[in-house]
Design a binder for this molecule. Sequence first.
Ligand SMILES: Cc1ncc(COP(=O)(O)O)c(C=O)c1O
Length: 344
Amino acid sequence: MPQEVFQQAAQAVLNYNNTGLSILEIGHRTSTFQAVMDEARALVKELMQLDDKHEVLFLHGGASTQFMQVPMNLLDDKETAAYADTGVWGIKAIKEAKLYGKVEVVCSGKESNYTAIPKDFAVPNDAAYFHITTNNTIYGSQWQKIPNTSTPLVGDMSSDVFSRVIDFNAFDLIYAGAQKNMGPAGVNLLVVKKDLLGKIKRPIPTIMDYRNHINEGSMLNTPPVFAVFVCMLTLRWLKSIGGVAAVEKLNDAKAALLYKTIDESPLFRGTVVNEDRSKMNVCFVMNDPSLEVSFLAFTKERNIVGIKGHRLVGGFRASLYNALPINSVEVLVQAMKDFAQLQP
Ligand SMILES: Cc1ncc(COP(=O)(O)O)c(C=O)c1O
């Protein structure tokens, strides 16, 4: 997250807007917090350029909560939902959906060990919805082209929300855990087209029913006040630097620099096919895996942290989320070049 957001959040914990109160102790029903919630929701609408059919909510829980809450609200027992299996998070979403109705996995990247986004598939017209994971955080693949389907489209955008210009209105439902591009863990952004709701027969527990949250202006119960506040600060920051189009340019530059270095290096190689490479999570391995431990130690000496790949993929993963400055990528790229120089 941006440094200025950390500073503003820290100040607000001590004394929010000179009220003498901490953001952590103001009541969520006060006009002070109402203004925060209103601004956060309005900024999402503005930055995503959403039309009036889409509602914006901030809900408790992680993105994993939405694996369950989406089918609970959209999938009737006898209906079928279509899912794309593009890796771990998609698989977890599929597992939960099966608790509520039928699931048809219309495509899977499993055979290629999730090194590519599946291309040839058909979504049944009568499916309740089609679910994709727009960016696959663990494998480093990303849907560069959002599928065009007549079926309502649901997107888990946890790891690439607000990172690139796409037609957000093409989605009937978007969810994203906050902790990558927005704010602290514990809150989900949910964008949903109102007319998609209220079609299933199953009773939905009050707190799980999106309609209740919409009716109560995303304040059905105590919201995660601090997390929503920090999301609002990050969204303000995003707007101040020029919005999604501006941050996309920065993200493109960061990803291009790192992928170029990987492709030109005799030591490293990317794990995902070029056209599906993620601009948020760059996954790469070494041609000689026995060098990986020493490369990791080499980068640690240069204060580069958090680049060890997920255990399912191995190697390395550099996450280039919105707030990461390009000079951090330059430091990594330099380390990769210097390490190569040291090899016999
Ligand atoms: C794409 C994606 N979906 C879902 C999740 C799960 O999010 P949470 O831990 O907030 O439940 C993650 C976590 O990294 C993710 O990257």
